[in-house]
Design a protein around this ligand. Structure first.
Ligand code: SF4
Ligand code: SF4
Length: 304
């Protein structure tokens, strides 16, 4: 039996696939999107979260930290140096206030399927199931495949949300056990894609073309990021690409700021501090451009 690192399991979700779903977030992602809402899931391994406001300054963490990553700042605050931190989690064991926690835990595929199966009755009634997200499900391909296979054998609808940035063989293997693919496309322009996500979009677009040949249902998902990809040129290029793929469904996910606080827990700077979510009017305009101009079936999830 395989084990993998899971950083969250969210029940009764309704936006990531049909019906009522259990979202399983797998640790690890090859992209580093500047707006990432789950930065704790980017590393392949469990990571330390430090809730500074819960610290009662008992200084126990200082006595056990083997690398000197934990220290006291000149202002008397307890701090974590992420360069020195080895994520050994000794500080978590001794912290009495819950100021230190681990994000990500090792679970067997059997444990994950067991957790997912608990809501089977809701799936039956609503047409829901499991959605593997992250991070990025293809970052733990064998584990993801075994979880999906386990769900399929229990007649649970399976969905993956993927950025598509992986070897085709990896993605193809997951499709054998997947009913629905939520396929993220962030930008059609390669240079911009590199600048905002850290990687080229070539592999992503090439894999999208292959996914649609496999007969699995595909929904294209687009995070709408103000000033990055919400201009008419990009939306037009995206619509033409989606039409060429033969995909009918598009989800627009307007940028929001719900994940911003997580960066503080990781002692990371959020580089889009001043970024505002797109207005409702602008999102509606883009939806209409895709729906009326290209005949696509467009849904909007979240936003302000
Ligand atoms: S996780 Fe380990 S290395 Fe990192 S701050 Fe805590 S004790 Fe130090
Ligand atoms: S052990 Fe916890 S409460 Fe004590 S100083 Fe460290 S972080 Fe703060």
């Amino acid at each position: 039996m395989l084990s993998g690192v899971v950083f969250n399991i969210e029940r009764c979700a309704i936006h990531d696939g049909p019906g009522i779903r259990t979202l399983v977030f797998l640790q690890g992602c090859p992209l580093a999107c500047l707006w990432c809402q789950n930065p704790e899931g980017q590393s392949k391994h469990p990571v330390l979260l430090f809730f500074e406001n819960r610290c009662v300054k008992c200084f126990r963490c200082l006595t056990v930290c083997p690398t000197g990553a934990t220290s006291i700042s000149e202002y008397g605050k307890v701090t974590v140096d992420r360069v020195l931190c080895r994520n050994c989690f000794k500080c978590v064991e001794v912290c009495p206030s819950g100021a230190r926690r681990v994000s990500g835990r090792l679970m067997s595929s059997k444990e994950v399927v067991y957790e997912v199966e608990k809501d089977f009755v809701f799936y039956r009634r609503s047409g829901g199931g499991i959605t593997l997200s992250g991070g990025e499900p293809t970052a733990q391909p064998e584990f993801a495949a075994e979880v999906l296979r386990g769900c399929k054998t229990r007649y649970i609808h399976t969905c993956i949300e993927t950025c598509g940035y992986t070897q085709w063989e990896v993605l193809e293997k997951l499709l054998d056990y997947t009913d629905l693919v939520l396929y993220d496309i962030k930008h059609m322009n390669e240079e911009k894609h590199v600048r905002f996500t850290g990687v080229s979009n070539r592999l992503i677009l090439a894999n999208a073309k292959k996914v649609v040949t496999k007969g699995v249902k595909v929904v294209i998902r687009v995070p709408l990021i103000t000033g990055f990809n919400d201009d008419e040129d990009n939306v037009r290029a995206l619509a033409e690409f989606v039409k060429e793929l033969g995909v009918r469904y598009v989800d627009l996910l307007p940028y929001h700021r719900l994940g911003v606080g997580k960066y503080k827990l990781l002692q990371r700077k959020y580089s889009l501090e001043d970024l505002e979510p797109p207005t409702k009017e602008h999102v509606s305009k883009l939806r209409d451009a895709l729906a009326l101009g290209y005949g696509l079936d467009v849904s909007i999830h979240g936003g302000r």
